[in-house]
Design a protein. Structure first.
Lengths: 468, 282
């Protein structure tokens, strides 16, 4: 008897909950969600027009479907809204949800119009790009004024640790990949974007999912959106070199040809190339992490003949560099300009951008080294948990904008940076005449997994590697 | 008694009036110095505990002596050269020849141009395809001169950047000099060199030396010039920067210990130098 009473009471409470408005988290559908099976000659625009009365609401369909697809395999995961297949099952949000999506995330109704973005990733080239290109575009297209600030990771994380819930004043951060696990490790709350926010950031569906779940071998649980992928590559001056090496081994074997003209940044320099060059070089001769991406302990490595040979080759390689080794990027660029340096391994985007700025010779080209080239700092957009809710909505709106095809294509065509979204077929062919295709580049991307080796280079490099 | 009280009140008032300045001194100068000192005595990355390991490690490293010697060599040699350069330069400027105003202004360029920009400009100017080397190779048909990233080159760049401090104080002292003294010496039969050696130089020496202190201090702590134009030569300031900039997490304690050592060296050297200065110059 009493059991039944309790059951009835429980069911009643459950039934009443939505009516009372308790437990209905903001994103829950306001009405009934439907499914629709794609017919021949359908487009997402038509589907949205038919069901939601507004073709422009199609991103709501993409977002809702993708969010479903993460849990339910019968739904497709849409990475390109222009390509839908007959037979696909789409989730159609209720009209009310779609209307709310359009009001809030497309039109930005009743949201703050000013937001603070802190950038701890961009180099000089991209700081200029943000300030002169992206920020004005955001203001023109979305009506949001962005206070763009350049910061350092460690300082920013310290500030965020001191925030009170709901009081944070940096609403969106653009960071290096390692910052995401660093922040999580220091118990700084970040919003889970994938898959939770797929329905309100539809363009997030275009980002490769493995990049959203994991960085540098560490899990990030979808707490960042991928804005760009940065890559180091062989950079050479075609005025002096017409047949660049295609592998590190070939580079090493032909070192005599370019003696005194190889650009290597000092191992203790601030620039990321300081350790990426020697790390990529060593990687061509010795495995520094095992099959499961676990770093092999340094003492163990140093015992092996392979390591000792590789290290000896590396020391030898430095003796063929342009001396003294440049300490800062402008030094190396000047060496290129002066005709002293002919070939180097450097951030591809920065080198090619500098070419267009006149700070590198116009004859600079980029190419590919087979055994692996260190990845640069991929760019992640993160939203802190401890900021006011209305600012979170603005941050999501901004992320969706930054991941839009227009913004992403601009990234690769004007800055030579690989896009964060997989939209390779939307990129003009001219781009691939200048930089390697992503499908060739991605398998060669090398991640710095052995931090002991990186530290060895930084600490002892000046004594062991720098020729005096 | 009343007199004593009044004096007492006056000194309290003085103290009160001084307190903002005193607080400013404490807050802006003493406190940051103290933070650096405390940081240098903490274990790396921790806010508790005391240790001398950073000092021991830094002072015990084989390269440290070299770095300190390099820092002194660069600072002292550029200071000496700045004195040698300033005297003839200001003697000419004093004559107010045609265009002297322009040259007075150009003396200021090295200190008004940001160090980094100046350093890069010098690198380009003296580089393989810079004007100096183009002149040497294309017009004189001699072989290329290596100036960038060498010790003489570095001293030249230091000199360019820091000589205005010496030159400006020398110029000011020289222009304050009463010309009639020199005339009197000439009338008494001294030739030009003797006037310079026995009259002008001793009189402007305090100005030269005061300016040279400024040049030395700036050169000793110089950062942007050696960072960009130093090549393999990395004085203390750059070595400290490396601890902070190139390691993650940054080595604040190590960097602080090195800063404290640098400050002690600089203060010691300066106090000796100032003591020498106070002696009258024969």
């Amino acid at each position: 008897m009493s059991k039944r009473v309790w059951t009835i009471a429980f069911v009643l409470v459950l039934a009443l909950l939505p009516a009372l408005g308790i437990g209905v988290a903001g994103a829950a559908p306001l009405g009934q969600e439907e499914t629709y099976t794609v017919q021949k000659d359908d487009s997402l625009w038509n589907v949205a027009e038919k069901y939601l009365g507004n073709g422009a609401a199609y991103p709501a369909v993409v977002g809702a479907t993708n969010k479903k697809a993460v849990e339910d395999e019968t739904f497709p995961y849409i990475t390109d809204p222009a390509l839908i297949q007959p037979g696909w099952k789409l989730a159609i949000p209720s009209e009310a949800t779609a209307a709310e999506f359009i009001d809030t995330y497309i039109l930005g109704k009743d949201l703050p119009t000013e937001i603070t973005l802190v950038d701890t990733n961009s180099g000089a080239n991209f700081q200029t790009y943000w300030q002169e290109t992206v920020i004005p575009q955001i203001e023109a297209d979305l009506g949001i004024k962005v206070n763009y600030l350049v910061g350092s990771e460690s300082e920013q994380l310290e500030r965020m640790k001191a925030w009170e819930a709901g009081q944070g004043d940096v609403h969106l951060l653009f960071v290096k990949p390692e910052t995401v696990p660093n922040a999580l490790e220091q118990e700084i709350g970040l919003e889970t974007l994938y898959p939770d926010k797929l329905d309100i950031i539809p363009n997030l569906g275009k980002c490769p999912r493995n990049y959203l779940l994991e960085v540098l071998g560490e899990s990030i649980d979808g707490k960042g959106a991928l804005y760009w992928r940065s890559q180091y590559a062989l950079i050479y001056n075609s005025e002096y070199i017409t047949d660049p090496p295609t592998s590190w081994k070939e580079f090493y074997d032909r070192r005599e040809e370019w003696k005194g003209h190889i650009g290597i940044v000092r191992p203790d320099a601030k620039s990321g190339s300081s350790y990426r060059i020697p790390y990529s070089f060593l990687n061509a001769f010795v495995a520094m992490s095992d099959a499961e991406d676990k770093a092999i302990p340094l003492e163990e490595l140093q015992q092996t003949q392979e390591w000792q040979d590789a290290w000896a080759k590396l020391q030898d390689f430095y003796a063929y560099a342009k001396l003294p080794l440049p300490a800062e990027p402008p030094n190396m660029f000047e060496d290129f300009n002066a005709g002293d340096t002919w070939i180097s391994f450097y951030a591809m985007d920065y080198a090619l951008w500098s070419r267009s700025q006149g700070t590198m010779p116009p004859t600079i080209k980029s190419s590919f080294l087979a055994e692996g080239m260190a990845a640069g700092s991929d760019g992640y957009l993160i939203v802190p948990t401890d900021i006011p809710d209305e600012y979170k909505a603005v941050a999501y709106r901004l992320i969706n904008y930054l991941l839009s095809d227009q913004q992403q294509v601009q990234l690769i065509t004007t800055m030579w940076q690989y896009t964060g979204t997989d939209i390779w077929d939307k990129i003009p062919d001219e781009v691939w005449a200048t930089i390697p295709a992503w499908e060739d580049m991605e398998p060669a991307r090398l991640r710095i997994l052995n931090s002991d080796v990186k530290n060895l280079i930084k600490e002892q490099g000046p004594d062991l590697l720098v020729p005096q | 008694m009343a007199d004593f009280l009044r004096r007492q009140r006056q000194s309290v008032l003085t103290l009160l009036m001084l307190s903002p300045g005193f607080a400013g001194f404490l807050g802006l100068f003493f406190y940051p110095m103290l933070v650096t000192l405390v940081r240098s005595l903490r274990p790396e990355g921790q806010d508790v505990g005391w240790t001398l390991t950073h000092y021991i490690e830094f002072l015990g490293k084989p390269g440290t002596r070299q770095v300190i010697v390099l820092t002194f060599v660069l600072a002292i040699s550029s200071t000496l050269l700045s004195m040698v350069l300033s005297v003839p330069l200001t003697l000419v400027l004093r004559e107010k020849l045609w265009g002297h105003r322009f040259f007075r202004l150009t003396i200021l360029i090295p200190i008004t141009v940001p160090g980094l920009v100046g350093a890069l400009g010098l690198l380009v100017f003296y580089g393989s395809r810079g004007w100096i080397n183009l002149f040497i190779t294309q017009i004189l048909h001699l072989s290329k001169l290596n100036i960038n990233y060498t010790i003489p080159g570095l001293i030249l760049f230091y000199l360019w950047h820091y000589f205005p401090y010496t030159a400006l104080t020398t110029l000011a002292t020289l222009e304050g000099l009463d010309r009639s003294i020199e005339e009197a010496a000439s009338v008494a039969g001294a030739n030009g060199w003797q006037v310079l050696r026995h009259i002008v130089l001793p009189l402007i020496a305090p100005g030269i030396l005061a300016g040279s202190v400024l040049t030395f201090m700036a050169a000793f702590g110089s950062f942007s010039i050696p960072l960009v134009t130093g090549g393999n030569y990395r004085p203390l300031s750059v070595a400290i920067y490396t601890q902070i900039a190139s390691f993650t997490p940054a080595r604040w304690s190590m960097g602080s210990a090195m800063s404290v050592v640098m400050a002690i060296l600089q203060v010691t050297f300066l106090s000796i130098y100032m003591r020498v200065l106070r002696r009258p110059i024969a």
